[in-house]
Design a protein around this ligand. Structure first.
Ligand code: ATP
Length: 253
């Protein structure tokens, strides 16, 4: 395996507060890694630093994607936000195509249609965000991120604003998408079960300042479904291990 992402000794400081104090992480090609940690430990800040969404003055360290430095928002990296981040004046289809049009790329008609189909958005393609449920908005956000075939997909609690049933359905949809077109992804979530279901590897952060308490490879292989994960003999052991690490991280903060 080659390393897609290599982060070394990243520090983030806002005014006088150190939020990340020397964090390192590597992610392999096509690996799906979840980051969990208690509220406020610095998970989103870490993701935003990788997405180039923090001022350069607030961060130092080395972050490389396929050997090239990651500094500013760039097309190689796509991010999905908790609160969707859609343009309210654009339709579903126009939101999905936003990055393609900004970059003056040829519109990938077949790919857009496939994403509309897989994310059950075809009937909503001409609707505006105000006409959509939370789940549909986030399906649009995920399709918009994937349409550009990014080298790295950053997901910041993408399913936390949708109801519990939609959340489980969408976990399966994202798993299906990622398994059908392998992609390197980092997911920030509060939800241990979501992390277990979706990930090849799970990183538990403590803090702030954010630091890695546990970095564990899942014993549960792909393809993962809600059923297969919950009935797996190692599921409860893994969950307990993650929970203990969360508590250790909180105690150390
Ligand atoms: N732009 C900013 N300026 C100042 N402080 C900030 C800024 N962004 C984040 N912080 C602080 O950094 C700390 C970590 O925030 P962050 O959102 O990364 O945590 P988190 O682990 O993602 O939390 P949650 O799970 O609740 O979303 C918090 O104390 C937050 O107030």
């Amino acid at each position: 395996m080659t390393q897609t992402l290599c982060v070394e000794d990243v520090h983030v400081t806002f005014k006088n507060a150190t939020i990340i104090d020397g964090m390192s992480l590597t992610v392999d090609d096509d690996e799906f890694v979840s980051i969990v940690g208690t509220s406020g430990c610095g998970k989103t800040t870490f993701l935003r630093a990788l997405g180039g969404l923090l001022p350069l003055s607030s961060r130092i360290g080395r972050a490389e994607l396929h050997g090239e430095p990651l500094r500013t928002p760039e097309p190689r990296v796509a991010m999905v936000f908790q609160h969707f981040g859609l343009f309210p004046w654009k339709t579903v289809e126009e939101n999905i195509l936003y990055g393609v049009r900004v970059q003056h790329r040829q519109e990938p008609t077949e790919r857009v249609q496939r994403l509309l189909d897989v994310m059950h958005l075809d009937d909503a393609r001409r609707k505006y965000p105000r006409q959509l449920s939370g789940g549909m908005k986030q399906r649009t956000g995920i399709a918009r991120a994937l349409v550009l075939e990014p080298e790295l997909l950053l997901l910041d609690e993408p399913l936390s604003a949708v109801d519990a049933i939609t959340r489980e359905v969408m976990q399966q949809e994202v798993i299906h998408l990622i398994e059908s077109e392998p992609r390197t992804a980092l997911l920030v979530t509060h939800d241990l079960d979501e992390a277990i279901i979706m990930s090849d590897r799970i990183v538990v952060l403590g803090g702030p300042p954010a630091h890695v308490v546990l970095d564990v490879r899942s014993p549960i292989d792909r393809p993962r479904t809600l059923e297969s994960v919950r009935s797996h003999p190692d599921y409860l052991t893994l969950r307990k291990e993650l929970w203990s690490a969360l508590e250790a991280g909180r105690a150390a903060a």
